[in-house]
Design a protein around this ligand. Sequence first.
Ligand code: EPZ
Length: 420
Amino acid sequence: MDYLQIEGPTKLSGSVEIAGAKNAALPLIAMTLLASNEVTINNIPNVVDIKTLLKLLENLGATVDIKNNSVKVDTCCLTNTKATYDIVKTMRASILVLGPLLARFGHCEVSLPGGCAIGQRPIDLHLKALEQMGAEISIEAGYVLAKAPNGLKGAHIVFDKITVTGTANIVMAAALAKGKTIITNAALEPEVVQLCQVLKSSGISIDGIGTTELIIYGTDRRLVEIAPFSVIPDRIEAGTYLCAAAITNSEVTVKKVRADHLEALISKLEQMGFTLDITPDTITLKPAKQIKAIDVTTQEFPGFPTDMQAQFLTLCTQATGVSIIEERLFENRFMHVSELQRLGASIKLKGNSATIAGKIDLVGADVMATDLRASSALVLAALVAEGTTNVHRIYHLDRGYEGLEKKLQKLGAKIKRLKE
Ligand code: EPZ
């Protein structure tokens, strides 16, 4: 197994290019199940989660041709509609094939994803919405068995909670359903917006894109022709590098980004004392005279993203004063706290709230990654910790960050990948 060895403290400088968004690419790859043609997707991030979903599609009988950061997916001649446990268990986002498979074939079997390190993560809202659209759903031997022999029908779906993959799944199901589907309380995340935009430019009529109410007019199982497109930049990868610049109090430019997807984060960094220079596709973070403590509450987009909570909490260990971070989306997303405490961080946890006292001089140690964003948070801590930090179990990192150590090396970090 690989691990990362990082020598700190260090300053960073220069620029880093941001890859395509993993969480946009995943639903867009699932969307190829709705296409009548071979679909070309550009700016695909080279990360393990993407390979996992492509493998799942190959298992269904799709042909996949991946070159550099482009992939061509042809789902014309699928041979089966069963997403098996061995793949689904490794990546919850596999559930994204449920809506499109059911809408296209009228039946499918998808393994239940189960819980994960950050919380229970049920899929009840996906299933309830599909039932409203006429699906018959049962759970047998760990699989969701879904049937809609006469096809799915449009319905008015009101999500009890905002769900990102839930919204994506139902948008895709609605695209091939019969009639009009209204989704109230839809997710506003840029990744959902891009899915809707690509479907719209492929001829699916969708109103309300980027609002909490989406109206989708389905094709009654007619597949759509999807032209080549590029995945939007990864706002969480960009945010992570901005936090790397901030925690080391260095000047760094992130390139190929969309600042309008990062407003909540930019505002918090400014409140902490950093200056941010923004152009249409770059953000430069400039050092603060003194890093100020801050309060953050995670929320759905356009609020502060839960996927940046671990990195920001780590940054707060280097701010002067007491910061409070409240996690509103996932009940167990503080696994990084005990690892940060091994480096000397002063953090108190109470329920879904973390109180961080700073500034603390962190000291290098062996730490273990527990999930994707917690892993990147530990790398950020290691950049400022005195001495050597070894971050173990970095397979989590490889799921969602393209070439993290290479990008950080280019910025001047002393980081290398080693074998246990
Ligand atoms: C997406 O997960 C992202 N994953 C997550 O990113 C991200 O943390 C999350 O959205 C929130 O922004 C992908 O896009 C592939 P949700 P998702 O459904 O869609 C509850 C990362 O690090 N809920 O929006 O699974 C749920 O438990 C990952 O890249 C139900 O109760 O999240 C949570 O509390 C981790 N029932 C809340 O809703 C359901 O049926 C939001 O979850 C569905 C969700």
